[in-house]
Design a protein around this ligand. Structure first.
Ligand code: SF4
Ligand code: MSK
Length: 635
């Protein structure tokens, strides 16, 4: 029965990724189930999907009618607007906590390196360290780097622990944006305080006015973008290097039949960096060769993969919805995971194909999966063990190997610093600068297309169609997260893809030698987009605040609470943001109107929603054109 169920799902209906299709077909032949099958067999709950239910206390759970939202209230009397805004707030809290916790781990690592007790990592970009310290008001002249770094640690720690005051990186935003936040009462103090406050305000019997709760929703989300995420990105650059463009290979063809294949999947760059040291250790290479392998092949997936693809050019095997499918190749000897976006379903698929799956982070174990704790003081103990286990599995491979041959190339690693440099030193300098090209209309605007893949829509399809439409209309696209792997597989992260762009964008791309779609890194690196838009405002000619810019953001195949937090910090920062798949708010409610219309009137951005990529593109283009008209461009 199960096999029949599995065979009823046509891989070509659920993904446009050729290699994932092949592996799904093989999984079905092998009787192995993945998230694609589970999504097909489990229809989304229509009440939960619209966020019309509440389980915040034991008088409920209470279910309201999403089709007639004001016909009922919860047992406590909570209205649809209270229920939806509280649910939304808790998604923002969880997403913010994830990025903030990631950033805090980076800060702890940085502190350990600066104090000298962590010896396996070092500061690799002192120029960036000095520049960030200067931006945060720390004296840098005639001081030792370690001295500056100590002050920087203390300043960045305020991102988490500060009880009163403003987050350090708030000063990076344009003055007018800062003033708008102050007026709205949404400047974050410290991330821990904001997450604590939003959690209490969504308890039963607390904040029951969505127009008041939205302030804490915005304040918490801003603590993610301008706090946890920004700290994670900046420290990542200081320790592991600020990315600059690098050609990288993506897709399942990066696996090698005659080598020991190891995949790192998750989010924190430290595990991956140490794994890179392990796979280059001559002793471990010799062991791999002694077991009959030609060598050790390290590849990434999801955001960890993007961190290392952007910084070191390490090959990338696929995005979120390909993580189970790749195990079906039988060629993955070990997969080590750390935090976030790790499907529990990996355990069963790994078991079926004999892949050694390991968890490594104390925050993210999986029942039944061996755990090898990664400790920053002794990182190689974990990573060397994973390599040894992978070699053992290689030597005893029993599953037939079937690696789809396809490999694609792309250019990755466009940090905001590099975009600045590439487009003219300053954003409005003398050589093909971004602002000038937006003002003269060659580039109509900039779109961020980011985020996950989701089995509720055809994998990669919405990302690829949306981006093609945007560049065809002379909109430069910047990307983070799994989305850029979707586009890399479609060949759009190469300078040659300029021919798919409209004439204006194509001309700029050809002059500079850049792709029309720029990959900026992992999901925490959405903070690079925030910094880039600040640079655009600072360069002049495009208004005084982020909300004035002809820019738009999209997460067409989102799935995680982190994506909601990211969307909300872009909206609160002034960016029109559109999501696909589904949206957790009932239309035609007051909370919907607040999020989709009224925030914009306060000087922020606004939410929008569309499932079809062409509708989504049309809405983004209309917004960009509206902003161009407001700036008086094209007159
Ligand atoms: Fe129902 Fe109110 Fe309890 Fe929510 S808080 S479960 S709406 S009674
Ligand atoms: S990994 S949050 S699926 S982008 Fe950052 Fe990809 Fe989304 Fe996870």
């Amino acid at each position: 029965d199960k096999l029949q169920d599995l065979n009823s799902l046509n891989p070509a209906d659920v993904t446009i990724c050729e290699t994932t299709q092949k592996m799904l077909a093989k999984a079905h032949r092998d009787g192995v189930e993945t998230a694609f099958d589970r999504a097909a067999n489990m229809k989304a709950c229509p009440i939960g999907e619209k966020s019309a239910c509440c389980k915040h206390c034991a008088m409920g759970p209470c279910r309201l009618n999403a089709k007639d939202p004001y016909s009922k209230v919860g047992v406590c009397g909570a209205t649809i607007d209270t229920i939806q805004s509280r649910n939304f707030a808790r998604m923002v809290a969880s997403g913010t906590a994830s990025h903030t916790d990631h950033g805090m781990e980076m800060l702890n690592l940085f502190k350990g390196v600066v104090s000298g007790h962590i010896k396996d990592y070092e500061i690799s970009d002192t120029e960036k360290l000095i520049q960030v310290a200067g931006e945060l008001g720390i004296a840098t002249e005639d001081r030792e780097v370690l001295d500056i770094a100590r002050d920087l640690c203390a300043e960045m720690e305020k991102t988490y622990t500060q009880i009163e005051g403003e987050l350090p990186f708030i000063k990076r935003a344009p003055k007018k944006t800062q003033e708008m936040w102050r007026e709205a009462g949404v400047v974050p103090r410290g991330a821990m305080r904001e997450i604590m406050e939003i959690t209490t305000r969504t308890h039963m019997g607390m904040d029951q006015d969505h127009t008041n709760l939205i302030k804490q929703i915005n304040r918490t989300a801003l603590a993610d973008g301008w706090g946890g995420s920004m700290v994670a990105t900046e420290i990542g650059d200081m320790l592991f290097g600020t990315p600059y463009p690098v050609v990288g290979e993506v897709n399942m063809g990066v696996l090698k039949e005659d080598e020991v294949n190891i995949i790192i999947h998750g989010h924190e760059p430290n595990l991956f960096d140490s794994m890179l040291a392990s796979v280059n250790d001559p002793e471990l290479i010799a062991k791999a060769q002694a077991s009959g392998a030609k060598g050790i092949n390290l590849v990434g997936m999801c955001c960890s993969g993007l961190e290392m693809l952007s910084r070191r050019g390490v090959p990338h095997a696929g995005n979120f919805m390909s993580t189970e499918a790749i195990l079906v190749t039988g060629a993955v000897d070990a997969m080590a995971v750390d935090v976030q976006c790790i499907k529990q379903g990996l355990a069963k698929v790994a078991d079926c194909y004999g892949t050694k799956l390991f968890t490594t982070n104390p925050r993210a174990h999986i029942e039944g999966v061996p755990h090898i704790e990664f400790e920053e003081d002794y990182p190689r103990e974990c990573t060397d063990t994973v390599v040894e286990m992978a070699i053992k599995r290689y030597a005893g491979r029993t599953a037939p190997i079937d690696i789809p041959k396809r490999k694609d190339k792309g250019v990755f690693g466009f940090s905001h610093e590099y975009i600045n440099y590439m487009l003219g030193g300053t954003f409005r300098g003398s050589y093909t600068p971004l602002n000038d090209n937006i003002i003269n209309g060659r580039i109509r605007g900039v779109a961020g297309v980011v985020g996950c893949t989701n089995p509720r829509v055809k994998q990669d399809y919405v990302h690829v169609e949306l981006v093609k439409e945007l560049i065809k209309n002379d909109i430069l696209v910047v990307q983070t997260g799994c989305s850029q792997i979707s586009l890399a597989k479609a060949g759009l992260l190469t300078p040659e893809a300029a021919h798919l762009a409209g004439p204006g964008l194509a001309e700029v791309c050809e002059t500079v030698g850049m792709p029309p779609v720029l990959g900026l890194g992992a999901c925490v690196d959405n903070s690079r987009i925030l910094t880039a838009v600040c640079n655009m405002v600072a360069a002049g000619g495009l208004g005084d605040s982020i909300a004035d810019l002809p820019v738009a953001g999209a997460a067409p195949e989102w799935m995680s609470e982190k994506a909601i937090a990211i969307g909300q910090y872009f909206v609160a920062s002034g960016v029109y943001t559109i999501f696909g798949v589904t949206f957790p708010i009932v239309e035609q409610t007051k909370f919907y109107k607040l999020m989709f219309e009224d925030l914009e009137k306060q000087g922020m951005g606004k939410w929008d929603f569309a499932v079809d990529p062409h509708d989504m593109a049309a809405k983004m283009i209309a917004h960009i054109e509206k902003k161009r008209a407001a700036l008086g461009l094209d007159k």
